[in-house]
Design a protein around this ligand. Sequence first.
Ligand code: FO1
Length: 448
Amino acid sequence: MINEKRILKQNKYEYKSGAVVYWMQRDQRAFDNWALIFARQLALENDVPLFVVFNLVPDFLEATIRQYGFMLRGLKETEAILAENNIPFHLVEGDPTENIPNFVNEINAGVLVSDFNPLKIVRIWKKDVLEKISIPYYTVDAHNVVPAWVVSQKTEFAAYTIRPKINKLLPEFLDDFPEDISVPKHNLDFPEFDLDDVKSRLKINFEVTESDFFKPGTKAGAITLKNFIRTKLNDYNEKRNDPNETAISGLSPYYHFGQIAPQRAALEVKNSGKDDKSVDAYLEELIVRRELSDNFCLYNKNYDSFEGFHDWARATLNEHREDKREYIYTLEEFEKSNTHDPLWNAAQSEVVKTGKMHGYMRMYWAKKILEWTPSPEDALKIGIYLNDKYQLDGRDPNGYVGVAWSIGGVHDRAWTERPVYGKIRYMNYNGAKRKFDVQGYIDKIDRL
Ligand code: FO1
């Protein structure tokens, strides 16, 4: 049922007896979730209960109520879908390195399963949990179509190096999910979590408001996917770089919180019968680029710092450290859309207002931060800070890599040398003007 290569056993313990616990972390959905599918399989084979536990941390990498609200409302829906299938869901609050081992002990669990996440903080949590438990512990990659450790065992240089590896493995891994997630009813249950209560205990910024533009949850994600395929996918190849056109999917928040599976989207897009070039272009973004981001974060612990850039990029940025910057802005000026460039300001306003910046503008936006700050380190810090604060899909491997691509040439190549950027690819206002109606975009954001 599940390809065993999706599963990594993390310790030497063998299963004896007791319930199966799935620590849901990155993939916060009931359906199309290989980690849950595997946990359920273990529960059915051994005729024991299956539990899903989610650990809510009161502050996670400076996330605000915008992201927490989206996540928690999605989890409410997941809780209900799991309940319909007799799977108890338990939300615990605080430190996962205490809570998960405690939960495992309280219910006398016999095995722990979790999904896969390449981010440093989550890997530290998991390592600590691993040290505290003495039952088998499995990680299942429920996020990537091809499991990150299967596609490659090292940092890939660029899309062209990982693409053939992924494509070779797709026939094996782009398989459909089993539909039935139900288990027989067991006695133990947990009270549903109270959304408002839980929110009131978060230690986060409540000023960055929740987005009116994106409705959270698996159902909303599925509708977004359906609409994208029906009305936008045909134009994706031609129009995805035009921020005035809505040819993009708008699915990244749902992928980030695992509310829908990239693999579900890949299957639907592949079988859509839409324009071949557009299907290929979307699958390139959805699979090759996303999985390249996971690869980068998995094998490069400096994925969010200057030290993580390629040698050529660090060398060229170092050579241009002293170049005169025509403009220099503070974090506050950037944050308040207070630069001289109306296009940049519009991009920043777009993400502040909606929770998502258009993909093309993300590149322009980050590159200008490099141009208008005293050093690449400052640029990276500001880029990641603003990305994580306002984007619904902040603090995602895709986000770190997006900023690092723009500022540090990660997965890119050297271009013609110029001030400040060195050989990092340059983008400018006139280039944008040649590609799309810049004033139209500025006006559109103004009206939001
Ligand atoms: N993961 C958790 O396990 N617990 C949390 O409380 C939590 C909060 C959170 C808030 C914002 C956000 O963007 C992500 C958050 N995540 C949380 C992690 C998230 O689900 C992703 O797994 C990672 O950001 C990697 O993409």
